[in-house]
Design a protein around this ligand. Structure first.
Ligand code: GRF
Length: 223
C-alpha cells in the first residue's frame, strides 16, 4: 500500500499532531507523517514528533524578511520531502495567498468551532457568550481568508450550562483528536473531492442519531 505523504505544521502543544501520529502508526492507516515543521523552537509538538520517530525541524518566521519569504522556504522544504498533503495542527501563522494557492486543496486545517461560526481566536468563550447549545470543531481545506474553505468534516459537542471556556475547550479537543485522523483517512483514501467551494465526501452511508442539546429525557414529539 502506498501511503499519502503528509507534513504537519505546528506551533505549540501538538495534541492534534499526537492524534495524527498515533493514527499513522496503526496498521493499514493510509497516510504517513513524513515531517513535522514548527515555526517556534522548543515546543512540546517537537518532542512528540521525536518520540514517534518522525523527523522534525524548526523554521522560524523571524528569520525571514516577510511572510512570503518564510512561506517560500517552507514550500522548498515541503517539496524536498515530497509532501503530498500539508496538515496545519495548531500552526499559528496567517498564510498569504501565495502559499494557500501553491498548496490549493492540498492544505488542511483543524479549527475549534463549527465553521462558519466563530472563525478566529477565543472560539470557546465566544460560543459561550453567544449561548449556542452545540459547539465543536471543523477540518477544512485552507483558503486565503482566515478559517475559510471547503469543510471536510465536523464534530459537534453539547455546550453545558456549567461550562467555562476551559471545560468546553477540553470537550472540543477530545472531538478534534477523533475528527482529524478520520478526515485525514478520508483524504488519503481519495474520498474527498472539491467541487466549487464544497468538499464532497464519499463516506460510507449510515444514518447517525441526531444530536440534541440539551438532551431531552423523553421523546420530543408524541410519536
Ligand atoms: C486546537 O484547538 C486546534 O483546533 C487549533 O489550535 C489548537 C491546537 O492545539 N487550531 P494542539 O497544538 O493541537 O494541542
Amino acid at each position: 500500500m502506498t501511503r499519502l505523504r503528509v507534513a504537519v505544521l505546528v506551533s505549540g502543544r501538538g495534541s492534534n499532531l499526537q492524534a495524527l501520529l498515533d493514527a499513522a502508526q496503526q496498521p493499514g492507516y493510509p497516510a504517513e507523517i513524513v515531517r513535522v515543521i514548527s515555526n517556534v523552537a522548543d515546543v512540546p509538538a517537537l518532542q512528540r514528533a521525536e518520540r514517534a520517530g518522525v523527523p522534525a525541524e524548526v523554521l522560524s518566521h523571524r528569520d525571514f524578511a516577510d511572510r512570503e519569504a518564510f512561506e517560500r522556504a517552507l514550500t522548498d522544504r515541503l517539496e524536498k520531502y515530497e509532501t503530498e498533503l500539508v496538515c496545519q495542527a495548531g500552526f499559528m501563522r496567517i498564510l498569504t495567498p501565495y502559499f494557500v494557492e501553491r498548496w490549493h486543496n492540498r492544505l488542511v486545517n483543524i479549527h475549534p468551532s463549527l465553521l462558519p461560526a466563530f472563525p478566529g481566536l477565543n472560539t470557546h468563550a465566544r460560543a459561550l457568550e453567544a449561548g449556542v447549545k452545540l459547539h465543536g470543531c471543523s477540518v477544512h481545506f485552507v483558503r486565503a481568508a482566515v478559517d475559510d474553505g471547503p469543510i471536510i468534516g465536523q464534530a459537534a459537542v453539547p455546550v453545558l450550562a456549567e461550562d467555562t471556556p476551559e471545560r468546553l475547550a477540553a470537550r472540543v479537543l477530545a472531538a478534534e483528536h477523533r475528527l482529524y485522523p478520520y478526515c485525514l483517512r478520508l483524504l488519503a483514501e481519495k474520498r474527498v473531492q472539491v467541487q466549487g467551494e464544497r468538499a464532497l465526501v464519499d463516506a460510507p452511508a449510515g444514518e447517525q442519531a441526531m444530536i440534541i442539546s440539551p438532551p431531552p429525557q423523553t421523546p420530543v414529539n408524541s410519536e
